[in-house]
Design a protein around this ligand. Sequence first.
Ligand SMILES: [Zn+2]
Length: 229
Amino acid sequence: MNIRILIVQGHRNTTGGNPAEMAITPLAARAIQRELIAAGHQAEMLQNEADWFPGTLDDVGREVVRRFDVQPYDLMLDVHFEGDANNTPGVFAIVPDGDGLRTVSPYRGSDAWATNTLDQQYAVAIAEEVATSTGLGLRRSGVKQPGVMSERQTGVGSKGYRLAMFGYTAAVRHRMVRLVLELGNIRGDAAIIGADGFYKRAAAGVVAGIDRVLGGKSLSVRSRVLSRQ
Ligand SMILES: [Zn+2]
């Protein structure tokens, strides 16, 4: 089984962010796109060929929904690297958990942790498989379980606000799993991230995580070739 994925490059828009993070995010996002396509999935990139989206973060959120309305996605993967003040190491995925948090894009239904069960499954599987494929640890502090963080545990959520990417995309949560993936800490995991082949290994972990949720039924390019022989 193959799914349709929209990859978003964190901070690669006019709202911006940490320059060190912004510099390497395209390498991870493009590697993930290549590996997903090689595994037979449909993987689109929100940013243009220059790895840039010419609008604000709010515009990014609206653009995800606009594209979903043209042709739905099964998964949105918002790719980041962590850069917290404590240099906390480890890979983790953030799951929507927004009920009661303030947002400019309120959602009528519930977008609570307990309602986002498939998002949780993808978060666990992708974080664990990326840890295995890269040698990154699973983040263990400020998380629900190793490698899985609630939106409320983020710097934004703990101040009482929704992550914009989750606020805007709540409107399509009935179909689309939404994750923010933090592929290690820029400083705390610098040696691992800087090693040759890191991005390809991280991408292979993402594919393996998705395959785990789908029950290992993803049809790889290799098995397609073999089945034609
Ligand atoms: Zn970020």
